[in-house]
Design a protein around this ligand. Structure first.
Ligand code: NAD
Length: 471
């Protein structure tokens, strides 16, 4: 088993004094992959100190002076893209072919797209007699989850670095391969020492980082429960917050929509990365009179999804990250079965490979709106279908959870779809299959978070406006 013991502090690999470890297993086979050595509060202190010292030199370079470093990091990651896709696929369970495209190629492109913002973004502007200067917020604590590790790290680090901030990253201890590759990339890119530091660990390291008085901003992606807890710690000294949290996103199918397309796309979203996706559409809202037809289409579409070996190019759904996640997701499914909801696909008894953390893609039909399945984030391949009577009910149902991360609308025309999209409390709404746009703002309403990532909106999160009034 590979030991991941080196952290990256002040431009050097550091062997930390261990305070604990996480053991990582291959999601598909259960074979041991790696053990991650956790750092301590002292390591967090050293990393924050290095980031603070590096701040003035990094800021002085100016955005255009920082761009070559972002591009060099992208180049270095691209050079190991096949290896990294394989490592993430083994850790997280996403089929390799999809992992290459979504987990690695897209984030590498995002490093470059963020670097390109320097060409068009004005870090200074005038309002009347005021000169507005957008300054880096300072030292950023970036804490990320395991489900799209490089994507989530990139969404924070690339704009933070472009803005002139320095960073201490605490990546998820459950998917560490990306952090190791990132340390290599940062070394190869020749980033000035202290600009980016990586400390590995779990909740204790994360809390030490959030509580550190020399950290100016917390940029967190993860569960709403942890987000709520650490936002209150960060509030102690009014750190700036950016929080990307959980979701229970709705796919709203309006009367007259192309049902076949809507159902195929909803299953693809719900089961992508085995449902381990914050913005997955995990509630399908259909007109009650269309339910019987939907039921047939759902059964047919779910049956066509291949579950199995992530290395097999035909596989669409792989295993879950861990045995713990599998147990958690199966408990949700058993609850739905015990409640007597109509099982349209999968279920706890459906055949799955013996080894690894596989759960069959599961669809429950006509689930009550007040059930746990219709309201709580499962983070596994489970779709809840809800029936509604009028389009107004559909909007109310879609908005009825405390979350508000994403939604899709399927309508007879894009105009009708857009009208409903405007009524939904969700950070991003796709109409009739509108594609993901990496430069559009990504983030949530309500319990799905605070702030936005992506494009100029993501960059502005890391900038503090100062207005200088001129005589
Ligand atoms: P998590 O909240 O358990 O952990 C996220 C990170 O926080 C990890 O690095 C973890 O070590 C750290 N952490 C845990 N406890 C902490 C504490 N007390 N103090 C400081 N840090 C702490 O989430 P996860 O299981 O890694 O990821 C899944 C969750 O993330 C899901 O809820 C999902 O919806 C959410 N998510 C949201 C988005 C988004 O953009 N909105 C994207 C991906 C995942």
């Amino acid at each position: 088993m590979k030991q991941i013991a080196q952290h990256y502090i002040d431009g050097a690999r550091v062997a930390v004094k261990p305070t604990g470890e996480a053991r990582i297993h291959d999601a598909a086979t259960g074979a041991p992959l790696a053990a991650v050595t956790f750092g301590s509060e002292a390591d967090v202190g050293a990393a924050v100190g290095a980031a603070r010292l590096a701040l003035s030199g990094w800021r002085a370079l100016g955005a255009r002076g920082r761009v070559p470093f972002l591009q060099a990091i992208a180049d270095a990651l691209e050079a190991v893209s096949a290896e990294l896709a394989r490592e993430i696929s083994r850790e997280v369970g996403m089929p390799l072919k999809l992992a290459q495209r979504i987990q690695v190629d897209a984030p590498v492109a995002a490093w470059r797209a963020t670097a390109a913002l320097a060409e068009e973004f004005s870090f200074e502007r005038s309002v009347g007699n005021s000169r507005i200067v957008l300054e880096p917020v300072g030292v950023v604590a970036a804490i990320t989850p395991w489900n799209y590790p490089l994507h989530q790290i990139t969404a924070k680090l690339a704009p933070a670095l472009l803005a002139g901030c320095t960073v201490v990253l605490k990546p998820s201890e459950l998917a560490p391969a990306t952090a190791v590759r990132l340390m290599d990339a940062v070394e190869r890119a020749g980033l000035p020492r202290g600009v980016l530091n990586v400390v590995l660990g779990g909740a204790a390291v994360g809390e030490a980082l959030v509580a550190h008085p020399d950290v100016n901003m917390l940029s967190f992606t993860g569960s709403t429960a942890v987000g709520r807890k650490i936002a209150s710690i960060a509030a102690g000294d009014m750190k700036r917050l950016s929080m990307e949290l959980g979701g229970k996103s709705a796919a709203v199918v309006l009367p007259g929509a192309d049902l076949g397309r809507a159902i195929k796309a909803t299953l693809a979203s719900c089961f992508l990365n085995s449902g381990q996706t914050c913005s997955a559409t995990t509630r399908l809202l259909v007109p009650r009179e269309a339910y019987a037809h939907c039921r047939d289409l759902l059964k047919e579409a779910a049956a066509s999804l291949t579950l199995g070996d992530p290395d097999n190019a035909a596989t669409r759904v792989g295993p879950l990250l861990s045995a713990g996640q599998k147990a958690r997701v199966l408990a949700f499914i058993r609850e739905g079965e015990a409640a007597g909801y109509e099982l349209l696909a999968g279920g706890s008894q459906a055949p799955v490979p013996d080894a690894g953390n596989f759960v069959a893609p599961t669809v429950f039909g006509d689930v009550p709106a007040d059930s746990r399945l219709a309201n709580e984030e499962v983070f596994g391949p489970v779709l809840a279908v809800l029936c509604y009577d009028t389009p107004e009910d559909a909007i109310a149902l879609a908005n009825a959870t405390p979350y508000g991360l994403a939604a899709t609308v399927w309508a007879a025309t894009p105009e009708q779809g857009q009208a409903v999209a405007r009524e939904l409390r969700a950070g991003q709404v796709d109409v009739n299959g509108g594609r993901f746009n990496a430069l559009a703002p990504f983030g949530g309403f309500g319990m799905s978070g605070v702030g936005r990532e992506g494009g100029v909106f993501g960059l502005e999160e890391f900038l503090e406006p100062k207005s200088i009034q001129l005589p």
